[in-house]
Design a binder for this molecule. Structure first.
Ligand SMILES: Cc1cc2nc3c(=O)[nH]c(=O)nc-3n(C[C@H](O)[C@H](O)[C@H](O)COP(=O)(O)OP(=O)(O)OC[C@H]3O[C@@H](n4cnc5c(N)ncnc54)[C@H](O)[C@@H]3O)c2cc1C
Length: 500
């Protein structure tokens, strides 16, 4: 049997990574040093783009059956509603935000992993590794102190913000610790007069208090601490904050979790060194404003898994793996910047600045296009890879997405256990059938309707466009697939440009 991929960490990112690799038929082991899954709710927000990818992986239904569907988020100042951003306008089959505790997300992902016959090896810690010419020699310590040496084809560090893999690689986690702290409580809430499934943010001169529904009557409450040092709050302190900053008439009870957290904004520059990759919090951390951290990490996994699977099968050139770091690092830069701006807007301290902010939000969010733009941005559906080394061709003068942009393929949805495959979105023709026969190791054997009948789209296994050509220009598609397979250098754009 070929060497397995070792995934270190069975948080949401490691579980997604392991499940995707297993789904694609790649030998994989996933370990976690802890004896059991987290019981903390932590990340609650699962955004539409993540749901689309979970759908393609075949497990979105279980998420929808478990989570709470939020159709909007609202912003208030006392009893005044400043803005309500509906999610129904998000251009996705999943036009809502799914609220689901991270403990449940991990349970569902672990069950999904189990459908491929894989389990998490718990109480197993990666204690050392050495990257070599043909793979990574990993030292694992099992419960009771037993040591195992595992020869892995690749090692993927999904081992969280304090990543051992990252520090052993000597990669800098560049960025800042912000001078702000938050308290957090998962509690029963009575008397909150907004739709029960809707997150609500209340701005007050003292700071913000935010309510995120977890289950009927149960909410995650987050409030900033201002100049007060970090500390674990008790229920009385949370009640005082809610009384002062909220709309009034709210009673908290039955706390399940009370905690505090600071905010770091950090990322690594390179997500890969040799046969070792980083994903999730191991590669980037940022403010929870916007609820993007776990989503971004899971999308790292969706991005890397199909590439590793194709390379492991020798259906694609190892060069394909170089695109992971550049694509996902660009996304992290954008999301860190967005969440940093959101955090600073929410936490404005000057009363004048707060009044100006409230006025702008009240006026600006009256405009439907503004509400739509914000909802689409939060949803993750605008994430794209405009500078990916995999992009070929152009959608100029065509109605449809360009290279690097998202394009959901019906053929890739919920296909269960199978190797990753690209899809040709093109009018059925002799040329299309010849292309599918010539690249049968990479292409699904059936076409799908293109966004514009005058064009040809090559859709990646993770639902992004790899190549676009005007109808008839099959050379572009052929070259894209040849590059992927390693028959050509993947970066020969000049050459491709001449054919375009
Ligand atoms: C209060 C709070 C609220 C949040 N809200 C949101 C939200 O609404 N939406 C969102 O998207 N994100 C949110 N986040 C962020 C989210 O929780 C993280 O982004 C997410 O948990 C990262 O997942 P991960 O799998 O990368 O890492 P982790 O969940 O940290 O998992 C890492 C795993 O690796 C294991 N491990 C570490 N070292 C080793 C080793 N050497 N050997 C074996 N195993 C090891 C650990 O035991 C752990 O299980 C929130 C975070 C916090 C703290």
């Amino acid at each position: 049997m070929s060497k397995p991929v070792l995934v270190v960490g069975a948080g949401p990112v490691g579980l997604t990574m392991a499940a995707e690799l297993a789904r694609y038929g790649t030998p994989v082991r996933v370990i976690d040093r802890l004896p059991a899954r987290t019981t903390q709710s932590r990340a609650l927000a699962v955004w539409p783009r993540t749901l689309e990818l979970l759908d393609a992986a075949g497990c979105a239904d279980a998420f929808m059956a478990t989570g709470l569907r939020a159709d909007a988020v609202s912003i208030h100042a006392g009893n005044r509603t400043l803005a309500r951003i509906p999610f129904g306008t998000i251009a996705s089959p999943f036009s809502y935000l799914l609220m689901i505790a991270q403990s449940e997300t991990e349970r569902l992902l672990e069950e999904h992993l189990g459908t491929f016959g894989n389990t998490v090896e718990r109480e197993t810690e990666l204690t050392d590794f050495v990257d070599g010419a043909d793979g990574v020699s990993c030292t694992l310590m099992h419960a009771g102190g037993r040591i195992e040496t595992l020869e892995a084809a690749w090692l993927i560090g999904c081992d969280g913000a304090h990543s051992f893999v990252r520090s052993r690689l000597g990669l800098a986690f560049a960025g800042d610790t912000l001078p702000m702290g938050f308290v957090i409580a998962d509690v029963h809430v009575a008397g909150l007069a907004i739709p029960p499934d809707e997150p609500a943010i209340f701005w007050h001169p003292d700071g913000a208090v935010m309510f995120f529904p977890i289950a009927r009557g149960h909410y995650r409450i987050i409030a900033d601490l201002g100049s007060v040092p970090l500390h674990t709050p008790d229920l009385g302190e949370m009640q005082m904050i809610v009384d002062r900053r909220g709309p009034g008439g709210i009673t908290l009870s039955d706390p399940v979790w009370l905690s505090d957290f600071g905010v770091n904004e950090r990322k690594v520059r390179d997500y890969r060194k040799g046969h070792v990759f980083l994903a999730g919090d191991a590669a980037h951390i940022h403010s929870p404003a916007g609820g993007q951290g776990m989503n971004m990490g899971m999308q790292d996994a969706f991005n890397l898994a199909w590439k590793l699977a194709l390379v492991a099968r020798q259906d694609a050139s190892p060069c394909l793996l170089d695109s992971y770091s550049s694509e996902r690092s660009g996304v992290a830069r954008q999301i860190l910047s967005d969440s940093s701006h959101m955090t600073r807007i929410v936490l404005l301290r000057s009363h004048l600045a707060q009044r100006v902010r409230n006025f702008i939000v009240k006026q600006g969010f009256r405009i439907p296009a503004v509400r739509r733009a914000i909802a689409n941005r939060l949803s993750g559906i605008l994430i794209d890879y405009p500078d990916s080394p995999l992009n070929i061709g152009s959608a100029r003068r065509l109605r449809g997405p360009g290279p690097g942009q998202r394009l959901i393929s019906r053929r890739q949805s919920g296909r269960g256990n199978m190797p990753p495959r690209f899809v040709l979105a093109a009018t059925d023709s002799v040329e299309a059938r010849a292309m599918m026969a010539r690249h049968s190791a990479l292409l699904m054997p059936e076409t799908e309707l293109p966004p514009d009948e005058n064009g040809i789209w090559l859709i990646r296994p993770d639902g992004y466009v790899a190549a676009v050509a005007k109808g008839g220009n099959w050379t572009v598609i052929d070259m894209a697939l040849d590059s992927m397979a390693g028959n050509r250098n993947i970066r020969t754009y000049d050459e491709i440009g001449r054919h375009w």
